[in-house]
Design a protein around this ligand. Sequence first.
Ligand code: GDP
Length: 392
Amino acid sequence: MRTQLPLSRIRNIGVLAHVDAGKTTLTERFLYLTGATHKRGEVHDGTTVTDFDPQERDRGITIFAAAVSCDWDGHRINLIDTPGHVDFTDEVERALRVLDGAVAVFDAVAGVEPQSETVWRQADRHGVPRIAFVNKMDRAGADLDAAVASIRDRLGAVPLVVQLPIGREDGFTGVVDLLRPRALVWGADEVLAEGPVPEELREEAARRRRLLEETVAELHPGALEEYCARGELGERTLAHALRDVTAAGDGVVVLCGSAYRNRGVEPLLDAVAAYLPAPADEADAPFAGLVFKVQSTATGRLTFLRVYSGTVRKGDVVLDATAGRTERVARILRVQADRNTEVEQAAAGDIVAVVGPKTARAGSTLCDRDAPRQFEPPRSATPVVSVAVEAR
Ligand code: GDP
């Protein structure tokens, strides 16, 4: 059975945030909405599913990176949990290397905080394209424009705001999607309803839409005309241009919402699929992958692997190029929020956990025995999509 999706349907992403911005809550919502889990974890009662470690639950911060796969609208989103705490920047660096894109989460009251700046610079160094989510729009003092200004001023990024909030603070009930433009409103019953832009917001929505188009046109002169010439108009034209601008790292699409509004993060999942890039890996090459995390679990020693080229199959004997020894891949698992699914193979672009390798550590390269190669050690300044490899 082929479980491999085309690369264009895979998103390997991380959620980058200052502690307390809402990364854990947001991740929970992602997993809940994508059906990967059916119970809703809450941070305060210690039932969150991405935090494996009891110590982590106690402390209420995400310390250890783990990858979780979920499916959304025909896409597989592999969420790599990048630790947000400043003491764990090494681990952040390691996780950043395996991402193709990231969602940077900001608190709508605090805007850019010192630590979000640190992680942002790291992501810059690794060339990770990002979109931004201004969370906690329901809080007293939430201010999207101020948060956007801090993204511009403190991070030096060009914000591309694609939504307009509807209502303020605890009256925050939804967003206007400026691309379509339509209103997306959620209620207490957690249903996401779509409707026309409210009368009183039409003028402001039109103004912001023009601003968005102008900024995109400035960033990529000719881009919009080029798309129009190809016959792509309106929403899709702008969406494609935004995707290109994001991939080039020239601008940052900004969405807003509240992780407390369960269905309210659906537009963010849509944006992950629409704007963040697919893996740019080589399918028709010998197998090579990078280990970014090893976790001991009840299932055994899970070696989390990002496959950069070729295919690894269950039962393969591969080379741990870093340790200089061969290892057998006994099992390959796709790790989901509440279960592990055993798969027969994993191909370029994918993220899986393998059972079998005994010595591989975070940073180790596993590869085809006949085509040895080794990924650079962490802390490289090389963009993650073109990690240099050398035969040895
Ligand atoms: P993390 O440290 O970034 O993982 O943040 P958490 O997900 O643990 O959230 C930090 C705190 O903010 C918790 O008390 C959450 O319940 C709360 N929180 C998360 N998202 C929202 C939101 O959208 N609105 C409000 N008002 N609080 C939120």
